[in-house]
Design a protein around this ligand. Structure first.
Ligand code: HEM
Length: 273
C-alpha cells in the first residue's frame, strides 16, 4: 500500500515523539477512582488539571518575581499576563464540579476519606507566592521529604508582592523600610505606607511603570478571588454546611478565606483616589 505523501508519518522506531514530549501515556494512566460512581472520574481529573495549572502559575510567578528582582518589568509583565490567561482557564475548570447535588457528591465523598485540597502542596506554593505565608502549612507535608523541602524553601523566599514592593522602592517610591525588611516567613499584612504608595501611583501615575505593575497585580488578585469564590460556591452546592473532609468547618471556613484579598493595598487604595 503506497503512503499518501500529504498524510502524517505513521512509523516510528520507538515511542512517538509526541509521547516522548507530552508523556501522555503516563498522564492518562494516573486516574484511579476510589468508588464505582461514574461522576468521580470528572472530580479526580478536574483536581489533577487544577494541580497542573497551579504548577504553571508557580512557574509564571517565580519568573515574574525574578524578573522584577532584575528590574526587567517587560519580562515580569509578560509572565503576569500569561498567568492571567492561565488563571482564566483554571477558573473555567470549575464547570464540571459547579453543579453537583449533595447526593451526587456523597456517592464518592466517603471514598476520599480524610483527603482534602487543603493538603495540596502546590496550592500552598501558589498562596506563598501571593504573600499568604504560614509555617504551620508545612506540617501536613512532614511525611513527604521532597514536598516539604520545596515548601520550606518557598516559605523563606520573597513573595511576588514582596518583589513588586522592592522594585517600586528601587524606583524611588516611598515603601516603608519595615515592609522591605519584613519577616518573609510570615503572612503579608496590609500597611498604610504601602497603601499611600499605591494611592499616589493611581492618582498621578497613569501610564507609568508602577501603574502598569499595579494593574497587572490587580488582575492576578481578582482572578485569585474568583477561584476562591467559585470553589466556595461549588462546595456550598455539593455539601451545604457539613464539615470538610479535611476537618474544617467547611463552607464557613472557606468563606473566611474567600473574604480576603491578596495584595490588599491595591484594593484599599482605590477608596482614596
Ligand atoms: C465539589 C468539590 C469540592 C468540595 C466540596 C470541596 C470542599 C472543600 C472544603 C470543605 C475545604 C476546606 C478544608 C476541608 O475541611 O476539607 C476545601 C479546601 C480546599 N480545596 Fe476543595 N473542594 C472541592 C473541590 C476542589 C478542587 C477540584 C480543588 C482543586 C485542587 C480543591 C482545592 C482545595 C484547596 C486548595 C483547599 C484549601 C484552600 C485554602 O487553604 O484556603 N477543591 N475544599
Amino acid at each position: 500500500m503506497s503512503h499518501d505523501p500529504d498524510a502524517p508519518v505513521l512509523e516510528f522506531g520507538g515511542t512517538t515523539p509526541y509521547e516522548d514530549y507530552v508523556q501522555a501515556d503516563v498522564l492518562t494512566h494516573l486516574q484511579h477512582p476510589l468508588s464505582d460512581d461514574p461522576g468521580e472520574m470528572a472530580f479526580l481529573v478536574t483536581t489533577q488539571v487544577m494541580e497542573l495549572w497551579f504548577t504553571v502559575l508557580v512557574h509564571e510567578w517565580q519568573t515574574a518575581a525574578r524578573k522584577l528582582r532584575e528590574d526587567d518589568l517587560e519580562a515580569a509583565a509578560a509572565a503576569l499576563t500569561r498567568s492571567t490567561y492561565e488563571m482564566a482557564s483554571l477558573n473555567a475548570s470549575w464547570e464540571p464540579l459547579a453543579h453537583l447535588t449533595p447526593a451526587q457528591f456523597n456517592s464518592y465523598r466517603s471514598a476520599l476519606g480524610d483527603g482534602s485540597g487543603f493538603q495540596s502542596a502546590m496550592y500552598r506554593r501558589v498562596e506563598f507566592l501571593l504573600g499568604e505565608k504560614s509555617s504551620s502549612m508545612l506540617v501536613p507535608h512532614r511525611g513527604s521529604p521532597r514536598v516539604h523541602a520545596e515548601l520550606e524553601k518557598a516559605l523563606h523566599e520573597p513573595s511576588l508582592y514582596d518583589e513588586a514592593l522592592r522594585f517600586l522602592a528601587r524606583r524611588g517610591e516611598d515603601v516603608p523600610e519595615a515592609v522591605l525588611q519584613r519577616d518573609l516567613t510570615r503572612r503579608y499584612e496590609a500597611d498604610p505606607g504601602v497603601e499611600a504608595v499605591w494611592v499616589r501611583v493611581y492618582r498621578d501615575g497613569a501610564g507609568s511603570v508602577a501603574h502598569r505593575l499595579g494593574e497587572a497585580l490587580t488582575e492576578v488578585a481578582e482572578l485569585v478571588w474568583r477561584w476562591r469564590n467559585d470553589h466556595l460556591v461549588a462546595t456550598r452546592r455539593a455539601m451545604g454546611a457539613k464539615t470538610g473532609t479535611g476537618g474544617s468547618a467547611g463552607v464557613a471556613w472557606l468563606e473566611k478565606r474567600a473574604a480576603k484579598q491578596v495584595f490588599p493595598e491595591l484594593w484599599t487604595a482605590r477608596s482614596h483616589v
